[in-house]
Write a protein that binds this ligand. Structure first.
Ligand code: ADX
Length: 611
């Protein structure tokens, strides 16, 4: 059984609020420090200490050399301490502004947050920013510690002013309880016993508050069991391993697969190597079922189907860590629970301005942004809003090319159209249409700079294919931008959307059985990758027209390079906007040293031998 008595606490505050000292001193006072750590502390205090002859408890914390050198805490570090009645896990998240994301990560695990304020400086903008993030990641309970009371002679007025100021500035945040404790971590006043120096304060000291704190438990008995792995040690036993994320499960209980809607009964529950009759929320177990149904990693077994959504469209809050900007229309890998899928940011709704504490319009997402977006996944996922279940309500987004985690997300709510729109089965498919046409469908995706020769090649190629009896269509950058995409310009965001729409159209046309030739600069590797995935690897053929920029510029058929060099066209590909070369194209053509005829022949001999 999971120990319900463990309290997960996170701490946050500005750089000078004394978090490390507070945690260090708590560890010391609760005798959670080993002898060797203690002797290191004595040595380190002499060398690096900031407290004269006294011990510098802040040095007990992790972050170690980098932190000591810079004088700031740089990552989330976890500390454990226990008293006779309770165990505590304390996450020290950094106070430095850049590291807001670490704070968000720590907050999603915490039962309670300790927000530190320096008695002398009072509430700082950073304090309020942290409070806003805490409220956004669903922290309901806060202890506001007014630290360094020794520096204001333990005067009540400082404490009362800060308390009122905090209350006023956070009225719109959804905290359910805010306690305030005045203390001095350095002098251990009001830390682990009530202080004689602050007799005007009649609340409990910090440690007593932590002992008394009652965790908000999910009392809903309904079971949520996301399957982490399928386990088949012998042909007689098939087990499903995972952690129970809500409710109490028992042998004989009826469960439903969220994905298929099929019902099953729990036959056995194993906890460790022991057979158990039941298991509760938080337990890591293996269960077996009364019959075999189709279940795999990522599927969710539950007792009440209405407790989750199975949908491919939801609104979410994102904490963006990525160094690269995020754009509407871009695709990422989403990992939600044990499920994985490709997803797209279909609309950017707003960006939360931490200075003004308000939502603002947003055109792209940058590092450290906290945005509200709609996400659409390629297959339905099982989820809940974050407020109902942290495990099935949170996810990460991964850049498929760099494998970097670019964002952490929290689901706000399902978007109904995700459930109400279902694919319609059609009587005829691509194969039928290909049969009638007498050839296979294909997409020839040409990429390259403006003036590289894409449109000329597309034209000559289509003519030749037409003569050979192929049904074809050209999607050309300039033409599409005069019609379907006339609302789009040349910012990165608009180019991403341009290619997304063109990919969808190319997919439809290939479903119609046509040979589709696309002629777009399509400068970003990620978007070409997205096109490939959407259209299907078997249909997608990348052709890189690699004519060097000097040659394109010399040709300057449309006079655009000249204008771009004169600064009349901003964001011009290859000059003031990035072009990422394909790494492994199927065909590569440099029109400065290959004739049009040869190019057309090369493409035809490589791709059209099937008829
Ligand atoms: S893409 O980058 O979004 O793929 P697309 O192929 O649709 O571009 O459009 C490129 C065409 O738009 C070029 O061939 C050129 O004629 C025209 N154009 C106008 N402004 C720009 C610009 N800033 N950068 C590139 N092409 C431009």
């Amino acid at each position: 059984m999971i120990d319900k008595n463990i309290l997960r606490i996170m701490t946050c505050g500005s750089v000078d609020d004394g978090k490390s000292t507070l945690i260090g001193r708590l560890l010391f006072e609760t005798e959670s420090i080993y002898e060797d750590q203690m002797s290191a502390l004595v040595e380190d205090s002499k060398k690096y200490g900031t407290q004269g002859d006294k011990l510098d408890y802040a040095l007990l914390l992790d972050g170690l050399s980098a932190e000591r050198e810079q004088g700031i805490t740089i990552d989330v570090s976890y500390r454990y301490f226990a008293t006779e009645t309770r165990k505590f896990i304390i996450a020290d998240s950094p106070g430095h502004e850049e590291y807001t994301r670490n704070m968000a990560t720590a907050a999603s695990q915490a039962d309670l947050a300790i927000l530190l304020v320096n008695a002398k400086d009072g509430i700082q903008p950073q304090t309020i920013r942290h409070a806003a993030i805490l409220s956004m990641v669903g922290i309901k309970d806060i202890i506001m510690v007014v630290n360094k009371m020794d520096q204001v002679s333990y005067k009540q007025s400082f404490f009362e002013n800060i308390k009122n100021d905090f209350k006023e500035k956070t009225t719109n945040m959804n905290f359910e309880s805010v306690q305030s404790v005045p203390l001095s971590a350095l002098e251990s006043e009001n830390l682990v016993h009530s202080s004689d120096k602050m007799q005007w304060f009649n609340g409990p000291d910090l440690l007593s508050s932590l002992h008394k704190f009652q965790k908000r438990e999910n009392l809903n008995p309904a079971v949520l069991f996301p399957i982490q792995s399928v386990f088949r040690p012998s042909s007689e036993f098939r087990g499903y391993a995972g952690r129970l994320r809500a409710g109490t499960a028992f042998v004989g209980q009826n469960l439903i697969s969220a994905q298929s809607g099929e019902g099953v009964k729990i036959a056995k529950i194993l906890n460790g190597f022991k057979n158990e009759n039941s298991a509760s929320n938080g337990d890591s177990i293996v269960i077996s079922l009364d019959r075999e149904i189709d279940l795999s990693r990522g599927d969710v077994l539950l007792s009440n189907l209405n407790d989750v959504h199975t949908s491919h469209h939801f609104e979410s809050r994102l904490f963006w860590f990525g160094k690269e900007d995020g754009h509407r229309g871009r695709s990422y890998l989403i990992k939600l629970g044990h499920q994985e899928a490709t997803c797209t940011l279909v609309s950017l709704k707003s960006n939360f301005n931490l200075e003004k504490l308000s939502e603002e319009k947003c055109k792209k997402i940058q590092t450290n942004d906290i945005v509200k977006v709609d996400i659409s996944t390629i297959k339905p996922l099982v989820f809940t809003p974050y407020s109902e279940n942290k495990f099935l309500g949170s996810f990460i987004l991964i850049d498929k090319m760099t494998h970097e985690t670019v964002a952490a997300g929290m689901i706000q709510h399902n978007l109904r159209r995700g459930e109400n729109v279902q694919p319609q089965h059609l009587a005829l498919n691509r194969k039928n249409r290909e049969q009638l046409n007498g050839h296979k469908a294909k997409v020839l995706w040409m990429t390259g700079l403006s003036g590289s020769g894409k449109s000329t090649i597309a034209n000559a190629l289509e003519l030749k294919l037409h003569q050979l009896g192929y049904r074809t269509f050209i999607l050309d950058g300039d033409n599409i931008r005069l019609g379907l995409n006339k609302d789009l310009g040349f910012t990165d965001a608009d180019r991403v959307e341009n290619i997304r729409r063109v990919s969808e159209v190319a997919k439809l046309m290939s479903e119609a059985g046509l040979v589709v030739i696309t002629s777009f600069i399509s400068p970003f590797a990620k978007d070409r990758e997205m096109a490939k995935e959407l259209i299907g690897e078997d249909l997608f053929n990348e052709i890189y027209i690699s004519t060097p920029i000097e040659v394109c510029e010399k040709r300057d058929v449309k006079g655009l390079y000249k204008k771009a060099r004169n600064g009349q066209i901003p964001n011009f590909s290859g000059i003031s906007s990035l072009y990422e070369e394909p790494i492994n194209p199927l065909i590569k053509v440099d029109t400065s040293n290959q004739s049009l005829n040869d190019t057309v022949e090369t493409i035809i001999s490589k791709l059209f031998q099937d008829k």
